[in-house]
Design a protein around this ligand. Structure first.
Ligand code: SAM
Ligand code: SF4
Length: 457
């Protein structure tokens, strides 16, 4: 397959060039148009990526926040990553797990240990987990991943497991699908071929095309829920964000499914990283612009923010269109049981616990959600996109957020979180427009109070 059809570098540069020097009026018109939630073209996204003017940035941020609320309502979905192994035969220059790092404490969890980590995460109140591991054919093969997934579903009350793992062949993707995963996540890191080559000097990850075509193989295997992203800081963010959008458009046009999520990882210091600093630093302001441009260009796509970012910035980004966040994260295998600083992939920045994070989300007027309903109700792939595109998805999101947050308040939350959370739930109930959905939600809240769990629309 000619992968230049997926990512055309000349075209990306041409679009960025065309986005330069566009008048303030024309840029404002694009921002206004985006408020209709029909998304934007790559030309328009390129224009927004070139914004430097403070007034225009403010207009962009406002529109992004409004679009997020229109589509998803106020809910912010919360999850925790679970690292099953830091063994890796690749040599990504930026990563603490790279094979050349001889000082790292290497570990691959067995099924028992994976379940133990999941149970600790569950005790904090999480219902969603993102399974993550390095790439080592003898340690982190497909059986390692699916045995972990199956055991967690069986032995912990974790209701959705997403997986971030190396690209694989169709047969292995089929096994992954059969294990019942939610989203398969894979970051291209950078879509710029020369930079990709420099950053991935050896190991199977050095094959750019094999990574780029992973999603086609995943779809062939029946996985229609996938997440993409780039590691911000490796190359010019304007190029990489536009390339991410080009990839998304390619998938939509050719397979009728765009990415379920886009992640926005920004390069962090890592133990024995071969990079002293980000080759192309991305400022906080740039990161805010990136979130807003994604939100307006592909409004129906979830945007995931991790604890790589500092607390103050995470709080701001919540207002700009982020729809999913991790909280209380550990980035080493076994890290929830015992945190080993010499086994981590990179340094996290926001160290707040899940309970603290819930209070922050409440104080900002958002609604924390542990919802896992969509993929269990078969609202995935094309079906999810259609609902989201019609901006109907919030009809499910709001009540499901209320119901799952209520469970958390009863089962896990501190007194302060309970107080803030109950007040927020009362407010969120009033906002439900549909009288039938409202009355069912009230009924289900009563059932949850009596001990029933896992009720959803
Ligand atoms: N090993 C698999 C792979 O590379 O696809 C699985 C995921 S890897 C453990 C998860 C992601 O962490 C990578 O895709 C990369 O974007 C990100 N990452 C690696 N090093 C990082 C760093 N120093 N700072 C921030 N993110 C990093
Ligand atoms: Fe291995 Fe993934 Fe880290 Fe690269 S990013 S060294 S593949 S764990």
């Amino acid at each position: 397959m000619d992968t230049k059809k997926i990512i055309n570098e000349e075209e990306i540069y041409r679009l960025l060039e065309g986005g330069n020097g566009v008048s303030k009026e024309e840029t404002l018109e694009i921002i206004e148009k985006a408020r209709d939630c029909y998304g934007l073209t790559l030309e328009e996204a390129a224009i927004l990526l070139q914004i430097e003017d403070e007034d225009l940035l403010e207009a962009l941020f406002h529109a992004a926040r409004d679009v997020k609320i229109k589509i998803y309502g106020k809910r912010i979905v919360v999850f925790a990553p679970l690292y099953t192994s830091n063994e890796c035969t690749n040599n990504c220059l930026y990563c603490g797990f790279r094979v050349a790092n001889k000082n790292l404490h290497r570990k691959t969890l067995n099924v028992e240990e994976i379940v133990h980590e999941a149970q600790i995460i569950e005790k904090q109140g999480h219902k969603r987990v993102l399974l993550v591991c390095g790439e080592d054919n003898s340690k982190t093969h497909i059986d390692h991943i699916i045995n972990g997934v199956k055991a967690i579903y069986e032995r912990a009350d974790i209701r959705r497991i997403n997986v971030n793992a190396a690209p694989m062949e169709v047969n292995d993707f089929k096994k992954l699908k059969a294990s019942g995963i939610g989203t398969y996540q894979i970051f291209q890191e950078t879509y710029h071929r020369d930079t990709y080559k420099k950053m991935h000097p050896s190991g199977s990850k050095s094959d750019y095309d094999y990574r780029l075509t992973a999603l086609q193989r995943a779809l062939e295997a029946g996985i229609d829920d996938f997440g993409i992203g780039v590691l911000l800081g490796l190359y010019d963010y304007k190029f990489d964000v536009l390339a991410t959008l080009m990839h998304s458009q390619y998938m939509e046009e050719n397979y009728s499914v765009g990415p379920h999520t886009i992640s926005i990882p920004r390069l962090r210091p890592a133990n024995d990283s071969a990079l002293e600093a980000a080759p192309y630093p991305v400022s906080d302001k740039d990161l805010k612009k990136i979130v807003a441009v994604y939100r307006l260009t592909v409004p129906y796509t979830g945007i995931i923010l991790s604890t790589r970012e500092a607390a103050f910035l995470r709080d701001e980004l919540l207002n700009l269109g982020v729809s999913q966040i991790s909280a209380g994260s550990k980035t080493s295998p076994g890290g929830y049981q015992q945190d080993d600083g010499e086994a981590t992939q990179f340094q996290t920045s926001d160290e707040r616990s899940l309970d603290e994070m819930l209070q922050v989300i409440c104080r900002q007027g958002h609604l924390p959600s542990f919802c896992t309903a969509c993929y269990r109700a078969n609202r995935t792939g094309e079906a999810f996109m259609e609902l989201a595109k019609d901006a109907h998805i919030h009809e499910f999101c709001q009540p499901n957020a209320i119901l799952t947050f209520k469970e958390n308040l009863i089962d896990c939350a501190s007194d302060e979180t309970k107080k803030q959370g109950e007040a927020l739930i009362r407010k969120a109930l009033e906002e439900i427009q549909n009288p039938k959905i409202k009355s069912i939600t009230l009924q289900r809240l009563k059932e949850i109070q009596k001990g029933k769990r896992d009720l959803y629309f």
